[in-house]
Design a protein around this ligand. Structure first.
Ligand code: ADP
Ligand code: MG
Length: 541
């Protein structure tokens, strides 16, 4: 032990509990000092020093000290107040010092350091105030000893020639040493005490934080495991152990179980897998995240794995998807039935009226029947395009020419009598597409624009080609200045049979969407700046 002082100073606290822990060590140390004294005396005895009755005094002190140490130790063990034992220890130690110093020459004694040891003990036991108290007692004892010796009241065992200056020197240096030692040791004890308190409170905070952390982890229903780079489990929460069918003790320190090991090695971000648990197929899923670095693991980066049982969620998802599919099929069927009913009603009404009608009425009724049958045909045709779109028969098209022809045809239509169609086409745009389907798309969009445009208005059709990244894109745009799409039409965008028009089928935009998707493109419907609607078709060239 390089610095027994420090070791012994590492006390717990000033209260009894701390004393009970420190006192035995102080007593043991006192025994050691007594043993040192014993050896010195024995050595002097063997060397046949002229010690007179000094030898018997010293042997007496050693034996007395042993006795006191044993007695105090037993009392302490027997439950006597540690404070009383401590005071008895200090008092007897001062007394022993007085005797030894006196026996070894008083003012000239080489053993006056024994007082210092007692002062240190005082600091260890009760901090600075106790150290100062012991220093004062030692000063009084030592001073008294000197005074009595100076005036020849008591005689020391060893007589050495002394002068009165020696006495003054001894008194000054010793008293100064006593108080300095008390102050320093007291200060040291106080610092150690506050350091110990800080460590203790940090330790309490830490263990509280650890408890809180593990309580939070264990309250989670998902399993959370931390794993070293080599796939050794460092920690797991309750759910993690339960999901992996092992105890936390078995998991920690062992390599990851197979279920997670392959995912861990794969480097994937997340996983989903089916496993047999007690003969039942269950779906496990999870993910990973890198944990920067943790001091305890020597700064080694770790991975946090999350694992959960997704069987129920999965089943729920499947049920939901089936229900959604059935619901949309049902809705579609209802819409078709609804669309078919009106023309059928008109036809059957007309047919009923046929018998007993005049030729003139008959021609009119036949006209109605024909018109309604055409409407049905158109409906079925549109619906088939939507429901079973033919795969596009792509061929290279000179888009500018195709659009110009289309515009000519549209302008000839009666419905476009009061509305002008304005073309803005970049020259020489090439596009691989199905000409029939492209025609259908543009007709549907132009028709909506025309229906939204009041008489005398303008509809714009433009086509541009541009590079996006490394791909060339063709943008076809139909823009009108009508009232814009009503919010409910926007909410049901591209939904078949949704219409706000009395004569509409609600299939126009649905067909546009289907066809363009089949070409690998997309459709955007926006409010045009300044009113109206802007329909944009974007196709990969
Ligand atoms: P339909 O034209 O038979 O109603 P669509 O699928 O072509 O069916 O259009 C669906 C709905 O979207 C229309 O009923 C209308 O409310 C809205 N819509 C489409 N295009 C326009 C447009 N250019 N301006 C305003 N509303 C539009
Ligand atoms: Mg339409």
């Amino acid at each position: 032990r390089r610095t027994p002082l420090f070791v012994r100073l590492r006390g717990e606290s000033d209260i009894e509990g701390g004393l009970v822990r420190r006192l035995p060590w102080l007593l043991v140390f006192r025994g050691v000092v007594a043993t040192g004294l014993l050896f010195l005396t024995l050595a002097a005895d063997l060397a046949q020093w002229p010690m007179g009755h000094l030898a018997s005094v010293l042997y007496g002190v050693v034996i007395g000290t042993y006795a006191v140490v044993v007695l105090l130790g037993l009392l302490l063990k027997g439950g006597l107040s540690a404070t009383i034992v401590a005071v008895a220890h200090l008092v007897t130690a001062v007394f022993a010092a007085v005797v030894v110093v006196h026996a070894t020459g008083g003012v000239m004694s080489a053993f006056s350091f024994l007082y210092l040891l007692v002062i240190l003990d005082g600091a260890i036991i009760g901090g600075r105030s106790a150290a100062l108290a012991v220093a004062s007692v030692a000063s009084i004892a030592y001073g008294l000893q000197l005074t009595l010796q100076l005036y020849g009241v008591i005689a020391t065992a060893i007589r050495l020639p002394t002068t009165s200056v020696d006495y003054i020197n001894a008194a000054v240096t010793h008293l100064a040493a006593f108080y300095l030692t008390a102050l320093l040791a007291g200060q040291l004890a106080r610092q150690l005490e506050s350091a110990r308190r800080a460590v203790n409170s940090a330790r309490t905070d830490l263990s509280r934080a650890e408890l809180f952390h593990s309580a939070v982890m264990d309250s989670l229903s998902v399993g959370v495991l931390s794993v070293t780079r080599n796939g050794i489990v460092v920690s797991t929460n309750k759910a993690g152990a339960a999901l992996l069918g092992a105890s936390a003790d078995d998991l920690v320190g062992a390599p990851l179980p197979d279920l997670l090991a392959s995912f861990f090695r794969s480097g994937d971000e997340r996983f989903e897998t089916f496993v047999d648990v007690n003969g039942k197929r269950r779906c496990f899923g999870g993910g990973r995240s890198e944990v920067a670095s943790v001091g305890d693991e020597g700064g080694q980066p770790m991975t946090a794995l999350v694992v959960e049982d997704r069987t129920e969620v999965k089943a729920l998802e499947d049920r939901l998807r089936t229900r959604e599919r059935l619901a949309s099929v049902g809705q579609l069927a209802a819409s078709i039935a609804h669309e078919l009913r009106n023309p059928l009603a008109a036809i059957s009404g007309s047919v009923e009226l046929l018998s007993g009608s005049t030729d003139q009425e008959r021609a009119k009724l036949q006209g109605i029947v024909l018109r309604e049958i055409q409407r049905l045909e158109k409906l079925v045709q549109d619906f088939l395009v939507y429901a079973r779109p033919a795969p596009p028969q792509r061929q290279p098209l000179d888009l500018t020419r195709v659009l110009e022809e289309l515009a000519q045809m549209v302008r000839a239509d009666l419905q476009w009598a009061d509305i002008s169609l304005d073309l803005d086409l970049a020259a020489g745009i090439e596009l691989d597409a199905d000409p029939g389907q492209l025609h259908q798309v543009l007709l549907n969009l132009l028709r909506n624009a025309q229906e939204a445009t009041p008489a005398g208005g303008v509809v714009h059709l433009s086509a541009t080609a541009q590079l996006v990244g490394s791909r060339r894109e063709v943008r076809l745009q139909v823009r009108d200045h009508g009232a814009g799409m009503p919010p409910e039409a926007r909410a049901h965008l591209f939904e078949p049979f949704f219409t706000t028009k009395s004569q509409g089928t609600g299939l126009g935009l649905a067909v546009v969407h289907r066809v363009i998707e089949g070409h690998g493109g997309r459709v955007e419907m926006e409010d045009a700046p300044g009113g109206g609607t802007m329909a944009t078709v974007i196709l990969p060239a």
